[in-house]
Design a protein around this ligand. Structure first.
Ligand code: CA
Length: 355
Protein backbone atom coordinates (compact mmCIF):
# COMPACT_ATOMS: atom_id res chain seq x y z
CA UNK A 1 0.00 0.00 0.00
CA UNK A 2 2.86 2.29 1.05
CA UNK A 3 4.90 1.34 -2.01
CA UNK A 4 1.96 2.11 -4.22
CA UNK A 5 1.65 5.43 -2.53
CA UNK A 6 5.39 6.17 -3.25
CA UNK A 7 5.09 5.39 -6.96
CA UNK A 8 1.97 7.43 -7.29
CA UNK A 9 2.43 10.90 -5.64
CA UNK A 10 -0.34 12.34 -3.64
CA UNK A 11 -2.87 14.66 -5.18
CA UNK A 12 -1.61 17.69 -3.22
CA UNK A 13 1.91 17.14 -4.46
CA UNK A 14 0.75 17.09 -8.03
CA UNK A 15 -1.10 20.33 -7.55
CA UNK A 16 1.92 21.96 -5.92
CA UNK A 17 4.19 20.85 -8.72
CA UNK A 18 1.78 22.12 -11.40
CA UNK A 19 1.41 25.50 -9.73
CA UNK A 20 5.13 25.83 -9.48
CA UNK A 21 5.61 25.16 -13.20
CA UNK A 22 2.81 27.54 -14.10
CA UNK A 23 4.34 30.23 -11.98
CA UNK A 24 7.67 29.67 -13.67
CA UNK A 25 6.03 29.92 -17.16
CA UNK A 26 4.35 33.20 -16.20
CA UNK A 27 7.66 34.65 -15.10
CA UNK A 28 9.25 33.52 -18.39
CA UNK A 29 6.38 35.00 -20.41
CA UNK A 30 6.66 38.36 -18.63
CA UNK A 31 10.38 38.43 -19.16
CA UNK A 32 9.93 37.61 -22.85
CA UNK A 33 7.24 40.25 -23.16
CA UNK A 34 9.47 42.87 -21.60
CA UNK A 35 12.32 41.97 -23.98
CA UNK A 36 9.94 42.25 -26.93
CA UNK A 37 8.81 45.72 -25.86
CA UNK A 38 12.41 46.93 -25.57
CA UNK A 39 13.18 45.45 -28.95
CA UNK A 40 10.27 47.33 -30.55
CA UNK A 41 11.42 50.59 -28.97
CA UNK A 42 14.96 49.94 -30.25
CA UNK A 43 13.64 49.33 -33.77
CA UNK A 44 11.58 52.54 -33.66
CA UNK A 45 14.51 54.54 -32.42
CA UNK A 46 16.72 53.09 -35.11
CA UNK A 47 14.24 54.21 -37.80
CA UNK A 48 13.16 57.57 -36.37
CA UNK A 49 16.19 58.55 -34.41
CA UNK A 50 15.27 59.99 -31.12
CA UNK A 51 12.22 61.64 -32.59
CA UNK A 52 9.23 61.34 -30.33
CA UNK A 53 5.73 62.80 -30.54
CA UNK A 54 6.83 65.34 -27.99
CA UNK A 55 9.72 66.31 -30.23
CA UNK A 56 7.27 66.80 -33.12
CA UNK A 57 5.21 69.25 -31.13
CA UNK A 58 8.34 71.07 -30.06
CA UNK A 59 9.71 71.31 -33.60
CA UNK A 60 6.39 72.56 -35.00
CA UNK A 61 6.37 75.33 -32.41
CA UNK A 62 9.93 76.32 -33.42
CA UNK A 63 9.18 76.33 -37.18
CA UNK A 64 5.99 78.28 -36.86
CA UNK A 65 6.40 80.70 -33.99
CA UNK A 66 3.48 82.90 -33.09
CA UNK A 67 3.17 85.13 -36.27
CA UNK A 68 -0.13 86.89 -35.69
CA UNK A 69 -1.11 86.96 -39.48
CA UNK A 70 2.15 88.52 -40.77
CA UNK A 71 2.45 85.96 -43.54
CA UNK A 72 -1.01 86.77 -44.80
CA UNK A 73 -0.23 90.50 -44.91
CA UNK A 74 3.02 89.86 -46.80
CA UNK A 75 1.28 87.66 -49.34
CA UNK A 76 -1.43 90.28 -49.86
CA UNK A 77 1.19 92.99 -50.44
CA UNK A 78 2.99 90.83 -52.94
CA UNK A 79 -0.26 90.18 -54.77
CA UNK A 80 -0.97 93.93 -54.88
CA UNK A 81 2.52 94.76 -56.16
CA UNK A 82 2.38 92.06 -58.83
CA UNK A 83 -1.08 93.21 -59.89
CA UNK A 84 0.13 96.81 -60.25
CA UNK A 85 3.16 95.65 -62.25
CA UNK A 86 1.03 93.51 -64.53
CA UNK A 87 -1.45 96.36 -65.03
CA UNK A 88 1.32 98.83 -65.92
CA UNK A 89 2.82 96.40 -68.45
CA UNK A 90 -0.60 95.91 -70.00
CA UNK A 91 -1.20 99.67 -70.20
CA UNK A 92 2.22 100.33 -71.69
CA UNK A 93 1.75 97.61 -74.29
CA UNK A 94 -1.72 98.89 -75.16
CA UNK A 95 -0.44 102.47 -75.57
CA UNK A 96 2.37 101.34 -77.87
CA UNK A 97 -0.08 99.31 -79.90
CA UNK A 98 -2.38 102.31 -80.28
CA UNK A 99 0.53 104.56 -81.25
CA UNK A 100 1.77 102.22 -83.96
CA UNK A 101 -1.79 101.77 -85.21
CA UNK A 102 -2.26 105.56 -85.37
CA UNK A 103 1.00 106.01 -87.27
CA UNK A 104 -0.02 103.31 -89.71
CA UNK A 105 -3.45 104.91 -90.25
CA UNK A 106 -1.88 108.37 -90.65
CA UNK A 107 0.54 107.02 -93.26
CA UNK A 108 -2.26 105.26 -95.16
CA UNK A 109 -4.42 108.40 -95.20
CA UNK A 110 -1.47 110.59 -96.12
CA UNK A 111 -0.52 108.51 -99.16
CA UNK A 112 -4.16 108.20 -100.23
CA UNK A 113 -4.36 112.01 -100.24
CA UNK A 114 -1.17 112.14 -102.29
CA UNK A 115 -2.72 109.66 -104.73
CA UNK A 116 -5.57 112.18 -105.04
CA UNK A 117 -3.11 114.87 -106.10
CA UNK A 118 -1.59 112.61 -108.75
CA UNK A 119 -5.07 111.74 -110.01
CA UNK A 120 -5.84 115.47 -110.26
CA UNK A 121 -2.75 116.06 -112.40
CA UNK A 122 -3.70 113.12 -114.62
CA UNK A 123 -7.27 114.38 -115.04
CA UNK A 124 -6.18 117.98 -115.71
CA UNK A 125 -4.04 116.71 -118.58
CA UNK A 126 -6.83 114.61 -120.02
CA UNK A 127 -6.75 115.28 -123.80
CA UNK A 128 -10.55 114.90 -123.95
CA UNK A 129 -11.92 118.30 -122.87
CA UNK A 130 -15.37 116.86 -122.18
CA UNK A 131 -14.03 114.52 -119.50
CA UNK A 132 -11.23 116.74 -118.25
CA UNK A 133 -11.69 117.74 -114.62
CA UNK A 134 -12.83 121.34 -114.15
CA UNK A 135 -10.58 123.45 -111.93
CA UNK A 136 -13.30 125.57 -110.34
CA UNK A 137 -13.23 124.08 -106.85
CA UNK A 138 -15.96 121.49 -107.42
CA UNK A 139 -15.49 118.21 -105.55
CA UNK A 140 -14.38 115.03 -107.32
CA UNK A 141 -14.39 111.76 -105.44
CA UNK A 142 -12.65 108.46 -105.85
CA UNK A 143 -12.51 105.27 -103.83
CA UNK A 144 -9.06 103.92 -103.15
CA UNK A 145 -9.16 100.50 -101.51
CA UNK A 146 -11.96 101.58 -99.19
CA UNK A 147 -10.49 105.04 -98.57
CA UNK A 148 -12.67 107.91 -99.78
CA UNK A 149 -10.65 110.67 -101.42
CA UNK A 150 -12.19 114.05 -102.21
CA UNK A 151 -10.28 116.30 -104.61
CA UNK A 152 -10.91 119.97 -105.34
CA UNK A 153 -8.86 121.87 -107.90
CA UNK A 154 -8.80 125.63 -108.25
CA UNK A 155 -7.15 127.37 -111.18
CA UNK A 156 -4.95 130.11 -109.73
CA UNK A 157 -6.18 132.47 -112.49
CA UNK A 158 -9.47 132.70 -110.57
CA UNK A 159 -7.72 134.25 -107.58
CA UNK A 160 -6.62 137.81 -106.82
CA UNK A 161 -2.95 138.42 -107.54
CA UNK A 162 -1.53 140.42 -104.61
CA UNK A 163 1.28 141.73 -106.82
CA UNK A 164 -0.84 143.47 -109.44
CA UNK A 165 -4.55 143.34 -108.50
CA UNK A 166 -6.67 146.37 -109.21
CA UNK A 167 -7.45 148.61 -106.24
CA UNK A 168 -11.20 148.02 -106.29
CA UNK A 169 -10.73 144.26 -106.06
CA UNK A 170 -8.31 144.57 -103.12
CA UNK A 171 -10.66 146.99 -101.35
CA UNK A 172 -13.55 144.58 -101.83
CA UNK A 173 -11.39 141.68 -100.61
CA UNK A 174 -10.54 143.37 -97.31
CA UNK A 175 -14.10 144.64 -96.85
CA UNK A 176 -15.46 141.10 -97.40
CA UNK A 177 -13.65 139.90 -94.27
CA UNK A 178 -14.89 142.78 -92.13
CA UNK A 179 -11.92 145.16 -92.34
CA UNK A 180 -12.80 148.88 -92.09
CA UNK A 181 -11.90 151.25 -94.95
CA UNK A 182 -9.15 153.08 -93.06
CA UNK A 183 -7.29 149.90 -92.08
CA UNK A 184 -7.77 148.50 -95.58
CA UNK A 185 -6.36 151.69 -97.16
CA UNK A 186 -3.31 151.60 -94.84
CA UNK A 187 -2.71 147.94 -95.61
CA UNK A 188 -2.95 148.54 -99.36
CA UNK A 189 -0.43 151.43 -99.14
CA UNK A 190 1.89 149.20 -97.08
CA UNK A 191 1.56 146.44 -99.72
CA UNK A 192 2.44 148.98 -102.43
CA UNK A 193 5.53 150.12 -100.47
CA UNK A 194 6.51 146.49 -99.90
CA UNK A 195 6.52 145.85 -103.65
CA UNK A 196 7.86 149.11 -105.12
CA UNK A 197 11.61 149.58 -105.42
CA UNK A 198 11.76 153.05 -103.83
CA UNK A 199 11.90 154.21 -100.22
CA UNK A 200 9.25 156.91 -100.61
CA UNK A 201 6.50 156.12 -98.14
CA UNK A 202 2.92 156.30 -99.39
CA UNK A 203 0.47 158.40 -97.29
CA UNK A 204 -0.60 155.45 -95.11
CA UNK A 205 2.17 153.03 -96.14
CA UNK A 206 5.37 151.74 -94.57
CA UNK A 207 8.97 151.65 -95.77
CA UNK A 208 12.16 150.55 -93.97
CA UNK A 209 12.13 153.41 -91.41
CA UNK A 210 8.56 152.65 -90.39
CA UNK A 211 9.33 148.94 -89.90
CA UNK A 212 12.39 149.82 -87.84
CA UNK A 213 10.46 152.32 -85.72
CA UNK A 214 7.77 149.72 -85.09
CA UNK A 215 10.39 147.21 -83.93
CA UNK A 216 10.34 144.87 -86.92
CA UNK A 217 13.64 143.01 -87.52
CA UNK A 218 13.26 143.60 -91.28
CA UNK A 219 12.24 146.36 -93.67
CA UNK A 220 10.08 146.58 -96.81
CA UNK A 221 11.08 144.01 -99.41
CA UNK A 222 11.01 146.45 -102.36
CA UNK A 223 10.19 143.53 -104.67
CA UNK A 224 7.08 141.57 -105.67
CA UNK A 225 5.66 138.87 -103.42
CA UNK A 226 7.13 135.45 -104.19
CA UNK A 227 4.57 133.58 -102.07
CA UNK A 228 1.19 134.45 -100.61
CA UNK A 229 2.52 133.71 -97.10
CA UNK A 230 4.87 136.67 -97.49
CA UNK A 231 1.84 138.94 -97.14
CA UNK A 232 1.86 138.18 -93.40
CA UNK A 233 5.10 140.16 -93.05
CA UNK A 234 3.54 143.39 -94.31
CA UNK A 235 2.84 145.95 -91.60
CA UNK A 236 -0.86 146.08 -90.78
CA UNK A 237 -1.62 142.49 -91.80
CA UNK A 238 -2.92 140.29 -89.01
CA UNK A 239 -2.98 136.53 -88.94
CA UNK A 240 -6.76 136.52 -88.60
CA UNK A 241 -7.24 138.61 -91.77
CA UNK A 242 -4.67 136.58 -93.64
CA UNK A 243 -6.39 133.29 -92.80
CA UNK A 244 -9.67 134.62 -94.18
CA UNK A 245 -8.34 136.02 -97.45
CA UNK A 246 -5.77 133.28 -98.09
CA UNK A 247 -8.13 131.11 -100.26
CA UNK A 248 -8.74 134.15 -102.53
CA UNK A 249 -5.18 135.30 -103.22
CA UNK A 250 -2.31 134.14 -105.41
CA UNK A 251 1.00 135.20 -106.90
CA UNK A 252 0.63 132.94 -109.96
CA UNK A 253 -2.04 134.80 -111.92
CA UNK A 254 -1.09 137.15 -114.72
CA UNK A 255 -4.31 139.20 -114.59
CA UNK A 256 -5.24 142.26 -112.58
CA UNK A 257 -8.74 140.83 -112.32
CA UNK A 258 -10.03 137.33 -111.74
CA UNK A 259 -11.08 134.57 -114.13
CA UNK A 260 -14.79 134.14 -113.39
CA UNK A 261 -14.78 130.61 -114.79
CA UNK A 262 -12.68 129.36 -111.90
CA UNK A 263 -12.84 132.04 -109.18
CA UNK A 264 -13.46 130.70 -105.66
CA UNK A 265 -16.18 132.12 -103.40
CA UNK A 266 -13.68 134.23 -101.44
CA UNK A 267 -12.53 135.99 -104.62
CA UNK A 268 -15.99 136.41 -106.18
CA UNK A 269 -17.42 138.16 -103.12
CA UNK A 270 -14.53 140.67 -103.28
CA UNK A 271 -15.96 142.04 -106.55
CA UNK A 272 -17.83 145.36 -106.36
CA UNK A 273 -21.61 144.97 -105.91
CA UNK A 274 -21.44 141.19 -105.49
CA UNK A 275 -22.81 139.79 -102.24
CA UNK A 276 -21.90 136.43 -100.75
CA UNK A 277 -25.33 135.07 -101.83
CA UNK A 278 -24.71 136.24 -105.39
CA UNK A 279 -21.32 134.52 -105.37
CA UNK A 280 -22.74 131.25 -104.01
CA UNK A 281 -25.57 131.18 -106.56
CA UNK A 282 -23.10 131.92 -109.38
CA UNK A 283 -20.84 129.04 -108.29
CA UNK A 284 -23.78 126.63 -108.16
CA UNK A 285 -24.89 127.55 -111.69
CA UNK A 286 -21.30 127.38 -112.92
CA UNK A 287 -20.87 123.83 -111.64
CA UNK A 288 -24.11 122.71 -113.31
CA UNK A 289 -23.11 124.02 -116.73
CA UNK A 290 -22.06 121.16 -118.97
CA UNK A 291 -19.06 121.32 -121.24
CA UNK A 292 -19.78 123.66 -124.17
CA UNK A 293 -22.73 125.36 -122.46
CA UNK A 294 -22.52 129.12 -121.73
CA UNK A 295 -21.42 130.04 -118.24
CA UNK A 296 -23.77 132.01 -115.92
CA UNK A 297 -23.81 135.79 -115.61
CA UNK A 298 -23.21 137.71 -112.37
CA UNK A 299 -25.76 140.39 -111.21
CA UNK A 300 -23.24 143.06 -112.28
CA UNK A 301 -23.43 141.73 -115.85
CA UNK A 302 -20.01 140.12 -115.88
CA UNK A 303 -19.56 136.60 -117.15
CA UNK A 304 -16.81 134.13 -117.68
CA UNK A 305 -15.56 133.66 -121.20
CA UNK A 306 -13.95 130.27 -121.13
CA UNK A 307 -12.70 127.59 -118.83
CA UNK A 308 -9.22 126.24 -118.62
CA UNK A 309 -5.97 127.49 -119.98
CA UNK A 310 -4.34 127.90 -116.60
CA UNK A 311 -0.93 126.60 -115.71
CA UNK A 312 -0.91 126.87 -111.93
CA UNK A 313 -3.47 125.07 -109.78
CA UNK A 314 -4.23 124.62 -106.13
CA UNK A 315 -5.20 121.05 -105.34
CA UNK A 316 -6.81 120.11 -102.08
CA UNK A 317 -7.00 116.35 -101.57
CA UNK A 318 -8.70 114.92 -98.50
CA UNK A 319 -8.56 111.19 -97.67
CA UNK A 320 -10.99 109.65 -95.18
CA UNK A 321 -10.38 106.12 -93.90
CA UNK A 322 -13.34 103.84 -93.07
CA UNK A 323 -12.59 104.38 -89.37
CA UNK A 324 -12.89 108.17 -89.82
CA UNK A 325 -9.17 108.95 -89.81
CA UNK A 326 -8.53 111.93 -92.09
CA UNK A 327 -5.49 113.38 -93.87
CA UNK A 328 -5.49 116.37 -96.18
CA UNK A 329 -2.91 118.03 -98.35
CA UNK A 330 -3.14 121.41 -100.03
CA UNK A 331 -0.61 121.92 -102.79
CA UNK A 332 -0.09 124.55 -105.43
CA UNK A 333 1.40 123.02 -108.55
CA UNK A 334 2.44 124.09 -112.00
CA UNK A 335 1.74 121.68 -114.84
CA UNK A 336 4.60 120.80 -117.12
CA UNK A 337 7.45 118.33 -116.96
CA UNK A 338 10.38 118.82 -114.61
CA UNK A 339 14.03 117.85 -115.06
CA UNK A 340 13.35 114.93 -112.69
CA UNK A 341 10.72 113.60 -115.10
CA UNK A 342 7.69 114.54 -113.00
CA UNK A 343 4.63 115.84 -114.87
CA UNK A 344 4.21 118.76 -112.47
CA UNK A 345 6.16 121.04 -110.20
CA UNK A 346 5.18 121.72 -106.58
CA UNK A 347 5.35 125.38 -105.60
CA UNK A 348 3.63 125.21 -102.24
CA UNK A 349 2.72 122.26 -100.00
CA UNK A 350 0.78 122.11 -96.78
CA UNK A 351 -0.39 119.12 -94.78
CA UNK A 352 -3.56 119.05 -92.65
CA UNK A 353 -3.82 122.84 -92.70
CA UNK A 354 -7.60 122.88 -92.82
CA UNK A 355 -8.44 119.99 -90.47
CA1 CA B 1 9.32 150.24 -101.31
Amino acid sequence: MNLTMRHFPAKEALIESGASRLSSKIVQFKAQNARNSKAIVKVCNAEMGDFTPRDAVSRYSQSFPKQNGMVLVLVLWMIIILTVLAASFTLSSRTENLQSRLEFETTRARYAAEAGLNRAVYELRNPDPQNRWVADGRPYRMDLDGIEVEIRITDESGKININNANVELLKGLFASVGMNEEDAAALMDAMGDWIDGDDATRPLGAEDDDYEAAGYPYGAKDAPFDTVQELQQVMGMTYDIYRQIEPAITVYSRNAGINLATAPLEALRAMPDISEEDARAFIEQRQQAEYGEPLPVLPNGMSAVARGGGLAYSVRSKATLPNGHVAELDATIRLGGTLQGKPFQVMRWRDNEHL
